[in-house]
Design a protein around this ligand. Structure first.
Ligand code: HEC
Ligand code: HEC
Length: 261
C-alpha cells in the first residue's frame, strides 16, 4: 500500500484549522461587540447599540456628526424625544423614518443606548482601530513609554509635567502650535539656574505663563530631574515612541464611515 501523501486535510489538521477559525471568529465577535474605549455602556445599552447597528440607523442618522443626513442627529435625542414619541417612532415610524415594529424590550434597549451616549464628555470621534489598549495619539504613546521606563523622582516630575500644566503646551519631540519648544534637549541649552527661573516666572512676554499653582521646591527638583533624564535618554525614548505609533497612522480613505464613533 502506498503511504498517503502528507496533506493539510488529514483529520487532525482539519481539527486544528477548525479551532483556529473558531478562535478567530470569537475574537472578532469580541472586538465587534465590545465597547472598547472609555465609553462604558450598560448591558442594556450594548443591546441597544447592537440593534442600532443591525437596524442601520446610521444610514439616515448621525451620532456625533457622523452618519447619514436624512434624519436628525441622534447624539442628544434622548434629551429631546420623550418615551411615548420614541416608542411610536420605533414601531410605526414617522414620515421617512421607517416602521421597525420593535418590541417593548427592544425599545427599552435603544432608549438606554441613546440615553447613555447623550453625554458631553464622549463623542470625540474616536476610531475603533486595532488593539484599543495600545495608545494611538503621539501624546498617549509618549506617556506609555515614559511610564514604562522613568525612575522614581523623574517619574514624579513627569507626572507633574503631564498633569496638563506643562503638557498642554509642550508636546513630545516637537514644538507645538503655540510655539512651546520640544523640551527633550532643554537641559543642553539651559543650566539649572535658568531652568528654575523659567519654571518660577515663566516667560509671559513670549507665551509661557508662570506655572500655576506655584511649583513647590520638590516639584521643581523632580521636574528638572525629569527633563535631564529625558535629554540623557532621548534617542532611545524617541525610538520606542516611534515603534508604538508605527502602523497606527490612519488612512482615512480606507475607513468605512460606520467605523466612526
Ligand atoms: C430611512 C431613514 C431612517 C432610518 C433608517 C432611521 N431613521 Fe430615525 N428618523 C428618520 C427621519 C426622517 C426622522 C424624522 C421624522 C420626523 O420628525 O417625523 C427620524 C426620527 C428619529 C428620531 C427622533 C429624533 C428627533 O430628534 O426627533 C429617533 C429617536 C430615531 N429616528 C431613531 C432611529 C433609530 C433608533 C433607527 C434605527 C433603528 C432609525 N431612526 C432609523 C429617518 C430614519
Ligand atoms: C501656555 C503654554 C505653556 C505652558 C502651560 C507651559 N509652557 Fe513652557 N514654554 C511655552 C512657550 C511658548 C515657551 C517658549 C518661550 C520662548 O520662546 O522663550 C516655553 C518655554 C519653556 C522653557 C524654556 C525652553 C527653552 O528652550 O528656552 C522651559 C524649560 C519650559 N517652557 C518648561 C515648562 C514647564 C516645565 C511647564 C509646566 C510647569 C511649562 N513650560 C508650561 C509655553 C508654555
Amino acid at each position: 500500500m502506498r503511504p498517503s501523501p502528507p496533506s493539510m486535510f488529514q483529520p487532525s489538521s482539519k481539527k486544528v484549522l477548525l479551532s483556529v477559525l473558531v478562535g478567530c471568529f470569537v475574537i472578532q465577535s469580541g472586538l465587534v461587540y465590545s465597547d472598547d474605549t472609555d465609553i462604558v455602556l450598560s448591558a442594556d445599552a450594548v443591546e441597544g447599540r447592537k440593534l442600532f447597528h443591525e437596524g442601520s440607523c446610521q444610514v439616515c442618522h448621525q451620532l456625533w456628526g457622523q452618519g447619514g443626513f436624512l434624519g436628525p442627529d441622534l447624539t442628544n435625542a434622548s434629551s429631546r424625544v420623550d418615551e411615548t414619541r420614541l416608542a411610536s417612532l420605533l414601531t410605526v415610524g414617522s414620515g421617512q423614518m421607517p416602521a421597525y415594529a420593535y418590541a417593548d424590550q427592544e425599545i427599552q434597549y435603544i432608549r438606554s443606548f441613546l440615553e447613555e451616549i447623550d453625554r458631553p464628555d464622549v463623542g470625540r470621534g474616536q476610531l475603533r482601530l486595532g488593539d484599543p489598549s495600545t495608545p494611538v495619539t503621539p501624546q498617549a504613546a509618549f506617556d506609555a513609554v515614559v511610564r514604562a521606563s522613568a525612575p522614581g523622582d523623574e517619574l514624579e516630575g513627569f507626572e507633574t509635567f503631564s498633569s496638563g500644566i506643562c503638557s498642554a503646551c509642550h508636546f513630545p519631540f516637537q514644538s507645538s502650535t503655540v510655539g512651546a519648544p520640544d523640551l527633550s534637549t532643554v537641559t543642553e541649552r539651559l543650566d539649572v539656574e535658568d531652568l528654575i527661573e523659567v519654571l518660577k516666572r515663566g516667560r509671559p512676554e513670549r507665551g509661557m505663563p508662570p506655572p500655576s499653582p506655584v511649583l513647590s521646591d520638590e516639584q521643581l527638583d523632580h521636574l528638572i530631574k525629569y527633563l535631564d533624564w529625558l535629554y540623557q535618554n532621548r534617542s532611545g525614548l524617541m525610538a520606542e515612541w516611534g515603534d508604538l505609533q508605527a502602523g497606527r497612522s490612519i488612512d482615512w480613505r480606507k475607513l468605512d464611515w460606520w467605523e466612526f464613533r
